[in-house]
Write a protein that binds this ligand. Structure first.
Ligand SMILES: Cc1ncc(COP(=O)(O)O)c(C=O)c1O
Length: 405
């Protein structure tokens, strides 16, 4: 049966994280799981809170009828109320349940939002490096992704965003803490971005929607906080999930919050609900809506990710690999180191060959992901949501790999 050429092209060019993940599975079968250092994918290795398991067990015994039935497309009112409490607390402005639409993970939520806002050939600006799936999510709905480089410390370059705005721009997507850099955009950066969008609106009469993709909001280090966006830019939505903070990526549970301060918030909410339906999600998974309604604010200890970050950075320091210090999430974004003769490393003025370096790392059974797909050649990403023992065991391999590069 013929596959659409556009899908074949996308598959050929874009499945690099999954490809690494699958190579990791093969290598583990060949060498033994403990001999392969797989930093390829952001699959949290903490277990979900105990309360999740207790709730699942009691839900399975429930005598209530209709537990598995269709529901309103936006989700259960009780769950939406719980999410509204979460968002109100994080954003510091009141948000009620009518502005929440439950979604199938942050990815499903993002697709429903893009479906609701994009017209053919609209542009979506994203600061780069960025989560590569955005390219496809935007294209799914007829839009075009336009990347804008961040500054050298990966903070927002709001003047570069100003320069990229034009009559076709429908949205800006920001992701903080960021995958792949671990950067948290400061409140000042978001305020500057809001000013740029306001200037654009007063000049052109066009309102640009700001989409904040926040699945890593809670995974932050050194007591850092993620800035709210609702008080800063009215035309904004948040898409998020419980994939990373509660370690539930396979359960596909997330939501969208629409800023109540935006013009015509009701129409936007209705459009996202409709999009959730017609994309075939229909509604977010029923059982996990019940779970997150009770567990959204369960305390989770992220200090083990911080310890892993510290262990991996000490190994990279010993190996001579330079990286951006992550402020949140669980990724280290690293420069390709110089070769033995001092040549070819990534510097501010020179781009090393990250594809060759990631291939080289594989010889030492280390899997990292080349930065090109994140929009940043010369860099590579290591996901450190893997066991502490695996990180520690990788030390000699990193050091040996770099000394033989
Ligand atoms: C930045 C970012 N956005 C969205 C997602 C998708 O999250 P979910 O599994 O909740 O759909 C991911 C997953 O890795 C991500 O890193």
């Amino acid at each position: 049966m013929p596959v659409a050429p556009y899908i074949s092209d996308c598959m050929a060019s874009s499945s690099f994280i999954r490809k690494m993940f699958e190579e990791g599975i093969q290598m583990k079968a060949q060498f033994g799981a403990d001999k392969v250092y797989d930093f390829s994918i952001g699959n949290p290795d903490l277990e979900p809170p105990e309360k999740v398991k207790r709730l699942l067990s009691s839900l399975s015994q429930s005598a209530d009828r209709g537990m598995h039935a269709y529901m309103p497309n936006a989700g259960y009112p009780k769950t939406r109320e719980a999410m509204a409490a979460k968002v109100s607390r994080e954003q510091g402005v009141p948000v009620d349940f009518s502005h929440i639409i439950m979604g199938t993970g942050a990815a499903g939520a993002m697709n429903a939002v893009l479906k609701a806002v994009l017209s053919p050939d609209n542009e979506v600006i994203v600061p780069s490096p960025f989560f590569p799936e955005y390219t496809h999510y935007v294209r799914n709905h007829g839009g075009v992704l336009k990347t804008v480089q961040t500054k050298s410390d990966f903070s927002l370059d709001t003047e570069a965003i100003r320069a990229a705005l034009n009559g076709k721009t429908a949205c800006v997507i920001i992701n903080s803490p960021n995958n792949p850099t671990g950067k948290i955009y400061s409140r000042q950066d978001i305020a500057n971005l809001a000013r740029v969008l306001a200037d654009h609106e007063s000049k052109t009469g066009r309102t640009v929607t700001l989409i904040a993709d926040e699945p890593y909001r809670e995974v932050v280090y050194d007591k850092r906080e993620v800035s709210p966006i609702f008080p800063l830019w009215p035309a904004s939505v948040i898409v998020t999930s419980f994939a990373k903070n509660l370690s539930l990526p396979g359960e596909r549970i997330g939501f969208t919050a629409v800023n109540p301060a935006c013009t015509d918030a009701r129409s936007m909410v209705d459009a996202i609900i409709f999009s959730t339906r017609i994309l075939g999600f229909v509604n977010a998974p029923a059982t996990f809506q019940r779970v997150v309604a009770e567990c959204w604010n369960e305390p989770v200890d992220y200090s083990s990710y911080e310890r892993r970050r510290n262990s991996l950075t000490s190994i990279l320091n010993a190996a001579g690999i330079v990286y951006a210090e992550p402020e949140g999430a669980f990724y280290l974004f690293c420069r390709v180191p110089p070769r033995k003769d001092g040549s070819g490393g990534t510097t501010d003025s020179q781009t090393g060959d990250e594809g060759a370096f990631c291939e080289h790392l594989k010889k030492y059974r280390i899997l990292g992901v080349p930065g090109k797909g994140f929009g940043k050649p010369g860099w590579f990403r290591l996901a450190y949501c893997v066991s502490q023992s695996s990180i520690e065991a990788s030390r000699e391999s990193f050091i040996e790999a770099c000394s033989q590069w």
